[in-house]
Design a protein around this ligand. Structure first.
Ligand code: ADP
Length: 189
């Protein structure tokens, strides 16, 4: 099974992605984690990406496509993938679509984690205190949420139109969210 996890910053994509991948035996591919690894290792990609990440902007499509797509294709040929943080725009989805089709790596289902704005801000600020991520400061968070509204949200209609979308009420404790996702996927709990 190939699963996409989409949602605004703070919706719980990382937490749910990790749990679901483990529960379903899928490779967990997290676009943000891959980028942060490149930044930590100070690779050419990491050095280019850092400024975008710190501003809360999306990194250029070519950068993220090169990082994510080979892993998606490899995982799809193996046990399947749980992909979080990609695509983040309709152009990214369109770019990935033909390659994924050819490689037999298309998503079977797209989960949208739905959380009200005030709860997102609360979670991100709590995470900032715990983890100290450089992009969890108020100005960058405002930009990330604005970019989500403008650039990422149109993916909801894009995937609804393809009949792949499941909207998950993610304004609940993590166990309840995992439970709702598993039942949406028709997996016994
Ligand atoms: P969050 O969902 O909380 O914003 P992520 O770890 O998914 O956290 O992403 C962190 C940052 O990494 C984003 O703000 C953006 O700069 C970059 N990024 C992640 N995924 C993508 C993507 N698909 N396209 C472009 N940039 C991305």
């Amino acid at each position: 099974m190939n699963v996409l996890l989409i949602g605004p910053p703070g919706a719980g994509k990382g937490t749910q992605g990790e749990r679901l991948a483990q529960r379903l035996g899928l490779a967990h591919i997290a676009a943000g984690d891959l980028l942060r690894e490149e930044v930590r290792a100070a690779t050419a990609v990491g050095r280019e990406a850092k400024a975008y990440i710190d501003r809360g902007d999306l990194v250029p499509d070519a950068v993220i496509l090169d990082l994510v797509l080979p892993r998606v294709v490899a995982a799809a040929a193996d046990s399947g993938y749980l992909l979080d943080g990609f695509p983040r725009s309709v152009p990214q989805a369109q770019e990935a679509r033909s390659l994924a089709n050819r490689a037999g790596a298309s998503p079977d289902v797209v989960l949208y984690l739905d959380v009200p704005r005030d709860e997102l801000v609360r979670r991100i600020l709590a995470r900032a205190a715990e983890q100290g991520r450089s992009d969890d400061n108020p100005a960058t968070v405002r930009n990330r949420l604005a970019i989500f509204d403008e650039v990422t949200k149109p993916l909801i209609e894009y995937y609804r139109g393809r009949g792949l979308l499941r909207v998950i009420d993610a304004d609940r404790d993590p166990d309840a969210v995992t439970g709702e996702i598993l039942s949406a996927l028709g997996v016994a709990q």
